[in-house]
Design a protein around this ligand. Structure first.
Ligand code: URA
Length: 440
């Protein structure tokens, strides 16, 4: 086989054979196929797409390119969750303890943030001492002991995705349904859980800008999960506005803890109850309504928060900051962003808010950048809220006062205030399962 011929085949819109796709994935991982040829192939997929069978073959080849985790030594049903990425998305820190408190195991590998999006691993590492680099033996032990463990992705999980994602990131080929679906589902299948809940974000802070595209992506991913023998569902959720009020690593952990105490923002609480309920439906605990009640109960009786504390202790973290979030190290400086007009918040570009937070030190430009765990933004006004001149729109947190001016400018660019009120978008647009699409 010649890579040149295979690039031409996809460029001309033909359907690839299974062996051809496997040849490309294996050849790219081994280094035989150079980056420039793989880039051209990825761009051909971006423009010509792939049919469902090609996506399945690509996903399987990527999943099998490295270790396949076998979670069977851990008793019980294991449920995984994956968000396609957003701003202020701290849902894993809330829903994983909720389902664990209901007896469902969560053995989860999470990612770091890049660009405007945050990552769960960075948020957890804002807890002093918390280890995200457990080996398999330690990882399994924590899940057995506490019902839940969240770590970083292990070294040799889906090396094909690692290399392909790095190339996509610099060749403008990220936002392609076949490439996103195979990237996410290869990792989830290799990670070994019995059930997978996908949180597909849509809006200004997400890869998918339109609900119909997000539904199509979800349908492809649900089919891939079910085909691999994993019970899979997807929720389509809003990312036009950041989720909750906190953006930034320790700020988001604090908000997650408050939510587990029943004192979280309404949007975040509502979405987490929905996500946790659907994870429990997949695990066979009952229908959605019953599972929502189960989720609320473990918030009310404190057992979900206890699970988070147990996980933090078991992974070497200082759980005193969870028990009393006042112990978190604070940013040296704060700065209020003041409204210079009256009106209503009609739009918040979530990606712009994420970039502003990143500029304060909360995010990284490259995987090597250092981040400031205490930096970020607390939103005081969100889409739909009335604003008077002089009101605080948001508070910025940073260790260097010189960062405030540029971050404030970027934040103000992201937030639109106008004379007539606009309702916020729905939080949950649809649920996609093997039985079809339910729109809300
Ligand atoms: N998240 C992933 O893991 N991969 C993608 O391609 C997009 C989002």
């Amino acid at each position: 086989m010649r890579m040149y011929d295979l690039i031409m085949k996809k460029r001309d819109g033909h359907v690839m054979e299974d062996e051809e796709i496997k040849y490309i994935v294996d050849g790219f991982v081994s280094g035989e196929i150079p980056d420039y040829q793989m880039s051209a192939f990825l761009m051909a997929i971006f423009y010509k797409g792939m049919n469902d069978h090609e996506i399945l073959t690509l996903t399987t080849a990527m999943a099998e390119s490295g270790d396949m985790v076998d979670l069977s030594p851990i008793e019980g049903i294991k449920v995984d969750k994956h968000s396609t990425g957003g701003v202020g998305d701290k849902t894993t820190l809330i829903v994983a303890p909720i389902v664990a408190a209901n007896g469902v195991k969560v053995a989860k590998m999470s990612g770091r943030g890049l660009g405007h999006t945050g990552g769960t691993v960075d948020k957890l590492e804002s807890i002093p001492g918390y280890r995200t680099d457990l080996n398999e033996h330690e990882f399994f032990d924590v899940v057995r002991k506490t019902g839940i463990s969240v770590i970083g992705q292990s070294g040799n999980l889906t090396p094909a995705d690692k290399k392909m994602y790095a190339l996509r990131d610099v060749t403008a080929t990220v936002d392609s349904i076949p490439l996103i679906a195979s990237s996410i589902m290869s990792k989830k299948i290799a990670a070994g859980s019995d059930c997978i809940l996908l949180d597909v974000k849509v809006g200004s802070g997400a890869f998918m800008k339109e609900v119909d595209d997000a539904v199509r992506l979800a349908e492809v991913m649900v089919a891939l999960g079910e085909n691999a023998g994993r019970k899979t569902r997807a929720m389509i959720t809003d990312m036009d506005t950041p989720l909750g009020n906190a953006i930034g690593n320790s700020l988001e952990v604090i908000e997650a803890v408050n939510t587990l105490k029943g004192k979280g923002p309404e949007d975040l609480t509502h979405e987490c109850i929905g996500l946790a309920a659907n994870m429990m439906v997949l695990a066979g605990l009952g229908d959605e309504k019953h599972c929502e009640e189960l989720a609320r109960k473990v918030i009310d009786d404190g057992s979900a928060l206890e699970r988070l504390i147990a996980m933090v202790d078991a992974q070497g973290g200082d759980s005193s900051v969870i028990k009393d979030t006042e112990y978190f190290t604070k940013a040296k400086y704060t700065h209020d962003v003041i409204s210079d007009t009256d009106g209503y918040v009609t739009d918040m570009d979530a990606a712009g808010c994420g970039i502003a937070s990143s500029m304060l030190g909360a995010g990284r430009e490259t995987l090597e950048s250092e981040i400031d765990y205490a930096a970020g933004i607390i939103l005081k006004k969100k889409t739909g809220d009335a604003v008077s001149k002089g009101d605080v729109l948001a508070t910025l947190y940073a260790d260097d006062e010189a960062l405030f001016a540029a971050a404030e400018r970027r934040y103000k660019e992201a937030v639109k205030i106008s004379g007539s009120r606009k309702e916020r978008n729905p939080l949950i647009y649809a649920l996609v399962s093997k039985d079809g699409v339910k729109r809300f």
